[in-house]
Design a protein around this ligand. Structure first.
Ligand code: DGU
Ligand code: CA
Ligand code: CA
Ligand code: CA
Length: 195
């Protein structure tokens, strides 16, 4: 979508339980590179929703969901270190990405570090490494689940990377791939500190 305006952030925005970006473009955190210590653009509280946001470079560590969350109609034009991170320690956490898309992610789009289930629905990518990765080296080896429904990818290497030794699962429906992509890469997760 065409941005309705542009907002430079100088600090992470803690949006609490609801933020509607009005389809403005937000940018300004981090350096646009792959450094792991960059701050997020937005932090969403457990149970919260962020919607109608366009994210441009530099986009730092994207959106952090502290717990269950909904990310609706959010468009990343140039993903930073990654686009969003899902962090709840609860196995009943549900994270929903509904609509929107991500372009130009040299590595990952959605990073699942906590527990629970990530659903990615009606989403598109172009120029991406992995659309979803269940953390392979986080300190806590949660079981993580991903559901993709209605996802269209272009120039995307991998849809999902999961750790089968931790019981992760990935389910796919209504997937359209332009060019070629690996649907699911299976890894063996190794918890941080035990390498
Ligand atoms: O413990 O080292 O790349 O959240 C965390 C891991 C590493 C994460 C991940 C992320 O997998 O930093 O961006
Ligand atoms: Ca990372
Ligand atoms: Ca990265
Ligand atoms: Ca990250």
């Amino acid at each position: 979508p065409t941005a309705t305006g542009s907002v430079k952030l100088t600090d992470t925005m803690n949006v609490g339980s609801y933020f509607n970006g009005g389809l403005k473009s937000y940018y300004g955190i981090g350096d646009g590179g792959q450094g792991e210590s960059q701050d997020p653009m937005f932090v969403v509280a457990d149970g919260g929703t962020i919607e109608n946001v366009i994210i441009d470079a530099p986009a730092g560590d994207g959106i952090h969901c502290e717990g269950s969350c909904t990310i609706r109609n959010v468009w990343w034009n140039d993903v930073g270190e990654d686009a969003a991170t899902f962090k709840s320690p609860s196995s009943s956490a549900r994270y929903l990405v509904d609509g929107g898309g991500a372009k130009s992610a040299s590595d990952k789009v959605f990073q699942h570090n906590g527990a629970g289930t990530v659903t990615i629905r009606n989403f598109q990518t172009n120029g991406v490494g992995k659309l979803y990765r269940a953390c392979g080296n986080c300190a806590t080896s949660y079981q993580r689940h991903v559901v993709m429904d209605g996802v269209t990818v272009r120039s995307t290497k991998v849809l999902a990377g999961i750790n089968t030794n931790w019981g992760d699962t990935a389910r796919f429906s209504r997937i359209t791939v332009y060019g070629s992509a690996s649907i699911c890469d299976k890894y063996k997760g190794v918890p941080k500190g035990s390498e």
